[in-house]
Design a protein around this ligand. Structure first.
Ligand code: PMP
Length: 450
């Protein structure tokens, strides 16, 4: 598809947006959203015809890129056949999507509760855990993101929760592994694992094991910085949950559906949760869809007792048809393997090579097509390039980094002092190299702030 170039049309779209659209996480008068004219594969473009390589996959959801013809056709076919039907009925697209997901999820997560996205999947996972155990508290990590609805944002560890913490109920946060900025003074992965587990065990003991319904963790924390957990950590959490009758919830909203080079990140660590949330990549975000995959034991709790919760659009046929087609495309086109192989052979080495040449890069970490660069003022002290939660002037360095990447033709993910390299999973080797070249130019600008 050739980029449309009509600056006047773009100006009209932008004017209507500024007049009437209320944007997420934003001070409404301080933002300047780009008017997007179209997208295809790993690229999108504005109304001036300027094209960007999308290093963000949208909000890390367009895992098969934009406008995949097979998924677009499946949505069109479903719309022509049965656009919508209420959740209490058995509908082909819904049951087929549930089957394909259940077949791929780890362990005995064989029942699927569909939601509209990730936050409501987290809400329902936590509700299921509370009803299953008859306990109230939920433990989650400080460096985490679980969604923007009330319970999900309270579970979120990231400072974005502060503004809505007035309604916190039953949430306790703990520190999960993050060797680069270890809370446990650890110098090795083994130490980090052992000490993080000891900290969690102590937290459980002091909170009272019999009061804790669930521990929820992102298998690989995404928005908070792509901290791949060190060996043994998740297995250790699984053991603590088993010892104390606590439900183990893995949030795979971002890490699931191929992002880490496995169908689910849990497969990387051979860990089997009791509940697993998903969204985003399940249908590449073409139609809103999320869900909870449920173990046999928890499903049994609601076998003869109603589950008290539901959503009008649960398992919406259009969204489920998109999921069936997306999972098919991922399997047929080897997209999970592409994420794993290209991530290991080109992305990781490419980012490490950039780190050698740019003093602003403090650490490179990641797996599959899920990578973070942490930018620092000083490599020795590891002082972040911008303070946490920086706003305005303080954020000039990351703003300059972002502007330079865009000028070089790539749209970067920027959060606090980090940039994440998270393009669609079916990105090509030459597109990866193009992205690395844009980052090279942007890091040259970031280096000036060290
Ligand atoms: N959990 C995780 C791990 C996420 O990354 C996100 C979204 N970034 C959510 C939950 C919330 O998903 P949604 O925005 O679809 O509600």
């Amino acid at each position: 598809m050739t980029p449309q170039t009509d600056p006047q049309a773009g100006a009209a779209v932008k004017a209507a947006d500024r007049a009437h659209v209320f944007h997420s996480w934003s001070a409404q008068e301080l933002i300047d959203p780009l008017a997007v004219a179209g997208a295809q594969g790993s690229y999108f473009w504005d109304y001036d015809g300027k094209r960007y390589l999308d290093l963000t996959s949208g909000l890390v959801y367009a895992n098969i890129g934009y406008q995949h013809p097979k998924v677009v056709a499946a949505i069109q076919e479903q719309a022509a056949h049965l656009t919508t039907f209420a959740p209490a009925f058995a509908v082909e697209a819904r049951s087929e999507a549930a089957r394909l997901i259940a077949e791929r999820t780890p362990g005995d997560l064989d029942k699927i509760f569909f939601t509209n996205g990730g936050a409501d999947a987290v809400e329902h996972a936590v509700r299921m855990a509370r009803l299953h155990t008859g306990r109230a508290k939920v433990l989650s990590a400080y460096r985490s993101y679980h969604g923007g609805t009330q319970q999900a944002v309270n579970l979120t560890g990231d400072p974005r929760r502060w503004a809505s913490d007035t309604a916190t109920a039953g949430v306790v946060h703990f520190w999960a592994p993050y060797l680069y900025r270890s809370r446990f003074y650890a110098e090795t992965e083994e130490q980090e694992t052992a000490r993080a587990l000891e900290h969690l065990e102590t937290t459980i003991a002091f909170e009272g094991p019999g009061t804790i319904a669930a521990i929820i963790l992102e298998t690989v924390p995404g928005t908070a910085g792509i901290m791949v957990p060190p060996p043994g950590y998740l297995a250790g959490v699984r053991e603590l949950c088993d010892t104390h009758g606590i439900v183990f919830v893995l949030d795979e909203v971002m890490a699931g559906f191929g992002r880490t080079g496995e169908w689910f990140a849990a497969d990387l660590f051979d860990v089997k949760p009791d509940l697993m949330t998903f969204a985003k990549g399940v249908n590449s975000g073409y139609v809103p869809l999320g869900g909870v995959a449920i173990s046999g034991a928890i499903a049994e709790t609601f076998a003869r007792r109603p589950y008290p919760g539901g959503l009008t659009y649960s398992g919406h046929p259009l969204a489920c048809a998109a999921a069936v087609a997306t999972i098919g495309v991922m399997a047929q086109e080897g997209i999970v393997e592409n994420a794993r192989d290209l991530g290991a052979s080109v992305v990781g080495p490419g980012l490490r090579e950039l780190a050698e040449r740019h003093v602003s890069v403090g650490e490179v970490r990641g797996v599959g097509m899920f990578w973070a660069l942490e930018l620092v003022k000083n490599r020795e002290t590891r002082e972040p390039l911008v303070p946490y939660n920086a706003a305005g002037e303080a954020n000039a360095a990351m703003a300059a980094f972002g502007a330079a990447a865009k000028k070089a033709g790539a749209w970067p993910f920027v959060n606090m002092n980090r940039t994440h390299f998270v393009p669609p999973l079916n990105v090509s080797e030459s597109e990866v190299k193009e992205g690395l070249a844009a980052l090279d130019a942007a890091l040259t600008v970031a280096d000036e702030y060290t």
